[in-house]
Design a protein around this ligand. Structure first.
Ligand code: ATP
Ligand code: MG
Length: 268
């Protein structure tokens, strides 16, 4: 029997790796009037949890990740890492932006190494090991323009892992990839997450991806974004991506999330 979608009460004060408390935010609109983007977000993510946000375009998903990373200050509320307020640039939080952020003039290896050295840390060979681990070791000397979209994402992932984060914020990391590369990257991310037990907050428009990867899916409303519903994913671990789509729980959950999400898209 599937679990019901839970409502979004303030999470109990259990141990959380990442906690978002009452976060609201508005941006100035073109006509000078404020646009409310986030509306009282409460969220607690357990250590080692894989949590995914889905929601209509423009509902504030990327904005929330930027607030959690400390890059944007909310109008009200706060974000806590290990129950302490997040500081901008905290290396314990690795943020993979929606846009491609590799340095175009640096090789893949330097893209991983330079940010480490910028904060006074030495590369003791780990950067190349990480590139190998994410499957692009043979391309360490290549420049971003010589790499495919999937390879560039792998280099970005290696760069994040080099800073040894506890938490990964991933904003549509595989959104621009072709369908097969995407499946491959999902598989590899799952294996990586299983072996590291990183806490992941992932954003995607792909419901199949959200269900396949996550312990919990958060459905955002249309702007101003609030958590409309949450769904626990009742699929065993470890998971095989190709087998999930034939699981009846997967299909049932997909339909439930899509029906609720569709209402938000119509209203947005
Ligand atoms: N720096 C900014 N200044 C003003 N408005 C902004 C800024 N950044 C985002 N917005 C607005 O805030 C809203 C939410 O944007 P955000 O990028 O968080 O949405 P999203 O849910 O990530 O959308 P998508 O799924 O398309 O990536 C949008 O209406 C956007 O226009
Ligand atoms: Mg976005």
């Amino acid at each position: 029997m599937m679990q019901e979608a839970s409502t979004t009460e303030t999470p109990a004060k259990l141990s959380a790796k990442l906690r978002v408390e009452g976060v609201s935010l508005e941006f100035p609109g073109g006509d000078g009037r404020a646009i409310k983007v986030l509306n009282g977000i409460d969220l607690a993510i357990a250590p080692g949890e894989f949590c995914t946000i889905v929601g209509p375009s423009g509902c504030g998903k990327s904005t929330l990740l930027s607030v959690i990373a400390g890059l944007l200050a909310p109008a009200s509320g706060r974000c806590l890492l290990d129950e302490k307020p997040v500081q901008v640039g905290n290396p314990r939080i690795g943020y993979m932006f929606q846009s491609d952020t590799l340095l175009p003039w640096a090789t893949a290896l330097d893209n991983v190494r330079l940010p480490l050295e910028a904060v006074g840390r030495k590369d003791d060979g780990r950067c190349l090991d990480l590139l190998r681990r994410v499957g692009v070791g043979d391309f360490a000397a290549s420049y971003p323009w010589q790499l495919s979209g999937g390879m560039r994402k792998r280099v970005q992932l290696a760069r994040l892992l080099a800073q040894e984060p506890d938490v990964l914020l991933m904003d549509e990391p595989f959104g621009a990839l072709d369908a097969q590369t995407k499946l491959l990257m999902q598989e590899e991310l799952l294996r990586l997450w299983e072996s590291t037990k990183l806490t992941v907050l992932f954003v995607t428009h792909d419901l199949s991806e959200a269900i396949s990867l996550s312990d919990r899916v958060l459905l955002f409303s249309a702007r101003p974004g609030r958590i409309k519903e949450q769904y626990d994913v009742p699929l065993d671990r470890p998971r095989q991506i190709e087998e999930i789509v034939s699981d009846p729980h997967y299909n049932e959950l997909f339909v439930r999330i899509w029906r609720s999400l569709r209402e938000e898209i119509r209203l947005s």
